[in-house]
Design a protein around this ligand. Sequence first.
Ligand code: SF4
Length: 276
Amino acid sequence: MRVIKAEEMGICIGIKRAFSMLKDVWMNNHGQMIFIYGDLAHNSHVMDSLRKHGFKTIYRASDAVKGSTVIIRAHGISDRERASLVEKGVNIVDATCPLVKKNQDIMRSSEFDVLLLGIKGHSETIAVEGTARRKYYVIQDGKDLDDVPKDRKYRVIVQTTLESGRYEMLMRELEDRGFSYVVSNSICMASEMRRTSVHKLKGEVPFLYVIGDKKSANSNALVSEARSIGLEAMLLEDDTDIDEAFISRFDSVGITAGSSTPASVIDRVIRRLENI
Ligand code: SF4
């Protein structure tokens, strides 16, 4: 089977940076316990491999141990959790992606109440919410605006990995409903480039596999992006998810991957498809 790869796919610069910081900690560790706060990347293969190397994951500061090192995930954490880590006397290694940090800074210093366009419950959204000094609303769908008062001006902050279709839909809602706002659009270029690459595959392939974890917002966003332009697409966690009977109906297939999908997983998928 002919496999056509997207021009831009796989691990992004923010996750690469987090791994490089983690590697430094590991190489220079002298017997202290090392914790990762949250999933360093939303990918079960990555997290399994970290566990095998002895890294422990915590999901709240109270689980950290005094004197240990805690690496903060690329999606960041709330100010309250950070303060608890400091109180606990741990060595903090902050691998928060600079773009997420930028959104946290904007939230922290906003002169207006905030409309945070993002996916509710996503770790980045929670981390940005956790730096708020003013009232804020998380807006995932148009209906989330129903109860938002229109008597004031808002600062609009955008989750870095929000799909552009959802962003445009929400901005149209704000306009149509007569909201007054200023926008800080921090949609990440890495995510944008991955989406543009999907558009380029339309017309070249009849079907697209997006390799990524079910929990990965940007991988799911790539599936939605493909479908929104009429390219049939499916999320694939790894090569074991390939349904040979299904995919062999096509003579070629496109491949892309979310920004937390390791190259080794992508390579295995490609090898298996090429052998069909
Ligand atoms: S997808 Fe973008 S914002 Fe998210 S970690 Fe990667 S570079 Fe940072």
